[in-house]
Write a protein that binds this ligand. Structure first.
Ligand SMILES: [Fe+2]
Length: 331
């Protein structure tokens, strides 16, 4: 099998061991030019049994090679890229996913998410990025509970309905919520012990209603102390995300909704460094002393969510994001 790696030997006559006949036959080698190396790689990878993996890798190699040709990549620049990706990998821990941050800040996450949206069989609530701060096994709360420990800057209620696309309530839908705390940090960033805060899971009642207490999220900077932050700084970008509340909403037979609500008061709505705030329908107001809020006298956000029915493809497609501790884990 190893011989296959050294070229297309099928069309060559074997060399005469004694060199008889004048002029020994040349050994089979790859004869490559900038124009032919791409097809040589694609040919060698054609043995990939999984057709989807073969398709993805073939396209990846073709685009990567064309990128190098387009910019006339020099050896020194190539090594800068290798060094950068090495640093991104070394920065990753069970609590820190620098590759997702790289995907987010280069808009790849947004692109995959936007393409995924188009595959829904019904038009539900717009989606947004899961981001690098989602965690599995968040605590479960009862309706009206507070998810944040530090309330020194006040509380905000959130309430509304979860329905299908026709407005029929969905009882027992699960609503996962996570956001920055009173100081603008996610629990992963704020607490090295790993204790969870400012996140939780609620369930809608028989009429599809949900109600919870939280705090107002704050605009925040993505982590700037790693290679992705250095890239963003080198590009003179501000690195900020508009204040938002992440939500993951699911119910049996409905497509899981990964979304976020963005506060209308943020100055970063139009320049989100990770391109997550891509829909004006996801912009929400905090209404002062909201008279419609089930908890009287509270500032509140009201938002109703619509879920599309689930297709067979939805069961296989997965989320655009993951709990960072699950990425690269052995099991
Ligand atoms: Fe976030």
């Amino acid at each position: 099998m190893a011989m296959r790696q050294f070229g297309k030997s099928e069309n060559h006559e074997p060399a005469d061991a004694n060199g008889a006949g004048g002029g020994a036959a040349k050994p089979a080698v790859l004869s490559l030019t900038p124009a032919t190396v791409t097809q040589a790689v694609v040919d060698q990878m054609a043995t990939t049994p999984d057709p989807r993996m073969r398709e993805i890798m073939e396209a990846a190699v073709k685009h990567l090679h064309q990128f190098a040709r387009d910019v006339k990549l020099t050896p020194a620049e190539w090594l800068v890229g290798i060094d950068f990706l090495t640093r991104v990998g070394k920065m990753c821990t069970p609590d820190r996913q620098e590759f997702i941050l790289l995907s987010d800040t280069t808009g790849l996450s947004a692109l995959v998410n936007l393409m995924h949206d188009k595959t829904a069989i019904e038009v539900g609530t717009d989606t947004s990025l899961l981001g690098p701060f989602f965690r599995e096994n968040a605590p479960r709360f009862k309706a009206g509970d507070q998810i944040c420990k530090d309330l020194s800057n006040g509380e905000v209620a959130m309430y509304g309905k979860v329905t299908d696309v026709n407005g029929s309530p969905i009882p027992n839908a699960e609503i996962g919520i996570w956001q920055t705390d009173t100081h603008g940090l996610y629990d992963i960033q704020a607490d090295p012990t790993g204790a969870m805060d400012s996140r939780g899971i609620f369930t809608t009642d028989a009429n599809g209603n949900y109600l919870l207490r939280t705090v107002a999220p704050l605009d925040y900077s993505i982590p700037m102390d790693g290679p992705v932050g250095a890239m963003v700084q080198a590009q003179k970008r501000h690195g900020m995300r508009p204040a938002h509340i992440h939500l993951l909403i699911g119910a049996p037979d409905y497509r899981e909704l990964v979304t976020a609500l963005y506060l209308s008061s943020s100055e970063y709505l139009a320049s989100d460094v990770v391109f997550g705030s891509s829909s004006e329908d996801l912009v929400a107001d905090i209404v002062k002393n909201d008279p419609s809020c089930p908890i009287k006298g509270m500032d509140a956000i009201r938002y109703d969510f619509k879920l599309s029915r689930m297709s067979e493809a939805d069961r296989l497609s997965g989320r655009v994001g993951s709990d960072p501790s699950k990425i690269g884990a052995d099991s």
